[in-house]
Write a protein that binds this ligand. Structure first.
Ligand SMILES: [Zn+2]
Ligand SMILES: [Zn+2]
Ligand SMILES: [Zn+2]
Ligand SMILES: [Zn+2]
Length: 208
């Protein structure tokens, strides 16, 4: 598992250590009002994770925007949250099967709940979101990025650090390439994407 950095104090922790650390560090270093509450979320997939502080009146659409901006957006695909077996979609009319994302997080989730976000239903990136804890008092920002995994260190077959990934061979070891080995890999330019700090590295046209 990759280590991550806490942006409140600058220290580095393991995936497990960070959840505990954020609880303590946010008490000292994250300003909150006397009213309302804030959700401490851990969002992740594979070796990538982030910790967020999300104010109780934040809507699912805001959270969707934030995740797209930070990690996901390549070409405006559809997305949806799944919370307690209900699907919340973007720009969807309310139907029997799907609800709108235009709804506040408060009342939908509670401490310990785990829910899902999917982006792009063709080449899907599926994120797991966990409500690590619920804090008293609202943060100033709707959503604050508290911690994030360090840049991925994925080796090329030659041992050097990979800077490019071939979107056709992203699931093979040979798909991860350093600058020198790109020539010999053989796939065409459009398939080669930069290695970025996102679970969407190598998917669709994602360039960070
Ligand atoms: Zn910290
Ligand atoms: Zn795309
Ligand atoms: Zn190489
Ligand atoms: Zn390739």
């Amino acid at each position: 598992m990759t280590d991550g950095k806490c942006f409140l104090c600058g220290d580095t922790y393991s995936s497990r250590g960070m959840s505990r650390h954020i609880g303590a560090c946010s008490k000292k270093n994250l300003e909150r009002d006397k009213k309302g509450k804030t959700f401490h979320l851990k969002v992740g997939v594979g070796g990538y994770w982030i910790h967020l502080a999300v104010k109780d009146d934040t809507k699912l659409t805001d959270l969707d925007d934030f995740l797209r901006e930070l990690w996901l957006e390549c070409c405006g695909h559809l997305s949806a949250f799944t919370i307690k077996k209900e699907t919340y979609s973007l720009d969807q009319m309310e139907t029997m099967w799907e609800k709108s994302m235009d709804v506040e997080l408060d009342g939908l989730v509670d401490e310990g709940d785990i829910f899902r976000h999917e982006y792009d239903f063709g080449n899907t990136t599926e994120l797991t979101l966990k409500v690590v804890s619920v804090w008293e008092g609202r943060t100033k920002e709707k959503i604050s990025l508290l911690a994030r995994t360090l840049d991925p260190e994925i080796p090329c077959a030659c041992g050097k650090k990979a800077t490019l990934v071939c979107s056709w061979h992203v699931f093979d070891e040979e798909g991860w390439l350093c600058e020198d080995c790109v020539e010999t890999h053989g796939c065409d330019e459009p398939a080669l994407l930069p290695v970025v700090n996102s679970p969407r590295t190598g998917a669709c046209g994602y360039v960070g």
